[in-house]
Design a protein. Structure first.
Length: 234
């Protein structure tokens, strides 16, 4: 229990702002998961889940402790959905590896027009719904309206990106870029500096990963001779 207590309470103070070790460690796990995802390794999913658990305690903990930091509802809530979606991705990639240990866990492809249209509509409705919900939950917080919109964008965009990664859609890298463009300024504004730095590094990594997956989808055939439309229904 002493180790757990240390992990939960250990912190640095930089410029009057507390930086918890678990925020740094959680983001390190997140970056390791991203590297594993680019390399299409099944271990990327469980590694990511560990990071999600640690970051959930960071973003929501500021609410429970009455910290000077704003409780980022979208940032904390998305960690829960990351875990759920990661279990799905973990199972899906592991199933492919069980069929053929030599084959990659997933073969990159573009989402179909139908998948993009459906995802776009669902995402738009979800952003508006989360914006309304976050404003109700966060009533009384000393923050401006854009905070809730930014958090909603990050929350929904992260879910879309993680699901798209599980499906093997190259589009998921573009989703992450859209999330990082909003996420980095928000985290800096609310003094979550380790997470902001990680997001900035991750943004550069995401651009690299996008080109890696795009190259792979042009050089690797879909498994079992399936067309993209057939693979989408699998």
């Amino acid at each position: 229990m002493s180790a757990i207590h240390w992990l939960y309470t250990a912190q640095w103070t930089v410029g009057g702002h507390k930086i918890y070790y678990r925020e740094i460690i959680g983001n390190a796990f997140g970056l390791a998961s991203a590297v594993g995802g680019m390399r299409r390794r099944v271990w990327a999913w469980p590694i990511g889940i560990v990071g999600n658990i640690l970051l959930f305690t960071v973003f929501l903990g500021s609410w429970a402790s009455n910290s000077h930091q704003a409780p980022l509802l979208g940032q904390s809530g998305r960690q829960v959905f990351f875990i759920i979606t990661s279990v799905y991705g973990w199972q899906r990639w592991a199933q492919t590896k069980r069929i053929s240990a030599a084959a990659p866990a997933v073969t990159p492809r573009w989402a179909t027009t139908r998948e993009r249209a459906t995802g776009g509509v669902v995402a738009a409705v979800a952003v508006v719904s989360c914006y309304v919900a976050f404003r109700i939950i966060g009533e009384g917080f000393p923050v401006q309206w854009w905070y809730y919109l930014a958090d909603s964008w990050i929350f929904v965009g992260s879910m879309v990106a993680t699901y798209a990664m599980a499906r093997g859609w190259t589009d998921f890298w573009l989703c992450w870029i859209a999330v990082d463009i909003v996420g980095v300024p928000e985290l800096l504004h609310f003094h979550y500096y380790p997470s902001a730095v990680l997001y900035a590094i991750y943004a550069a990594f995401v651009i690299w990963g996008f080109f890696v997956w795009r190259r792979l989808q042009n050089t690797e055939p879909l498994p079992r001779g399936l067309s993209p439309l057939q693979e989408a229904t699998g």
